[in-house]
Write a new protein. Structure first.
Length: 324
């Protein structure tokens, strides 16, 4: 198998068929809804909170609420539904999560989307949770992950997952590859390509996105949705306080398996860092959409599907040559 990552690939242009990039349709149908762009902020406590989830849902973007305040999740679903918005939550695989699913069923609180959020998703316990959710809440669209291999995708799809999430440790705040020796760090894009050959249902590419063009590359190699952490942290609407150092503004960003998140140094596979303050997230999301429209124009089409058909070249880390 050829292994490569985002910086190793350039997509090859086709003849443009649209007069203006504004004509390009970046929308994607994912589960029961269609969204403006195939981008979702990572379900991390340093990236999303309830206020941002509301804004995203109101403005046509997909979101996944994190699972780190478990006692608030039922109320969150109610609040979203009371506003006429879709509810998208995360769960784990501990025993009390089964009680939570039972609670949702008994109170007829059915979130439109449930993401089973586990660092190593190719697990008997993840499969068990998929099956339980689909039995108790069959109307919920279930995404399960995270995964790295076609075998994992097949097993979770066969268990009933409606989508799977690809990426073990390629994120900027993740040190899984250093702490364990395992993961898709350094070959995340080819892992996505490999998994897409087995997938019959949508894939979410999760981690390793450093530039807006990486969204198009993810689409090319099989993603329906692209989960982004560090590039969507650090905004006015992001959780956390603005920190000023030497006249420059930053916000904190930390991994879900970091000491900060866990509250103790135990099985730590993430780190904390500062990311530049980027202003309003609406401007970043608009820029991502505009860049994706440009990608569609270069692909020679009118919508995201055209990106899936383009040729590519493996250039092995030479994209940024001369730019540093």
């Amino acid at each position: 198998m050829k292994t490569f990552d985002y910086d190793d690939i350039q997509l090859v242009p086709n003849k443009c068929v649209i007069k203006s990039r504004k004509e390009a349709d970046t929308s994607i149908e994912f589960g029961p809804h269609r969204f403006k762009i195939p981008v979702v902020p990572a379900n991390m406590e340093s990236v999303i909170n309830e206020d941002l989830a509301v804004w995203l849902a109101q403005n046509g973007y997909y979101y996944v609420m994190h699972r780190f305040e478990p006692a608030t999740r039922a109320a969150f679903i109610k609040h979203m539904h009371d506003r006429g918005l879709f509810a998208s939550i995360s769960v784990g695989i501990k025993d009390d999560e089964y009680q939570f699913i039972d609670l949702l069923k008994s109170e007829q609180l059915v979130p439109e989307y449930i993401t089973i959020d586990v660092a190593h998703g190719h697990s008997d316990y993840v499969i068990k949770m998929i099956q339980y959710i689909k039995k108790q809440l069959p109307e919920s669209f279930v995404t399960a992950g995270n995964l790295a291999t076609p075998d994992a995708v097949r097993e979770l799809e066969n268990a009933g997952a409606d989508a799977t999430k690809i990426g073990v440790g390629p994120g900027k705040a993740c040190i899984t590859k250093l702490k364990t020796g395992f993961g898709t760090g350094g070959w995340q894009l080819s892992a996505l390509r490999w998994c897409s050959k087995a997938a019959r249902k949508p894939l979410i590419a999760d981690g390793g996105i450093r530039h807006n063009g990486d969204i198009a590359k993810s689409i090319r190699f099989g993603a329906s949705m692209v989960m982004i952490g560090s590039l969507l942290a650090g905004h006015l609407e992001s959780p956390g306080h603005i920190i000023t150092i030497d006249g420059k503004r930053y916000k904190q960003y930390w991994g879900s398996a970091s000491e900060v998140q866990k509250g103790a140094y135990r099985n730590v596979e993430g780190k904390q860092m500062l990311v530049p303050f980027r202003g309003s997230i609406k401007d970043t999301l608009r820029e991502m959409q505009e860049d994706l429209q440009s990608s569609i124009s270069y692909a020679g089409g009118r919508d995201l599907e055209s990106i899936r058909k383009v040729d590519y070249e493996i250039v092995k880390n030479s994209i940024m040559d001369g730019d540093y």
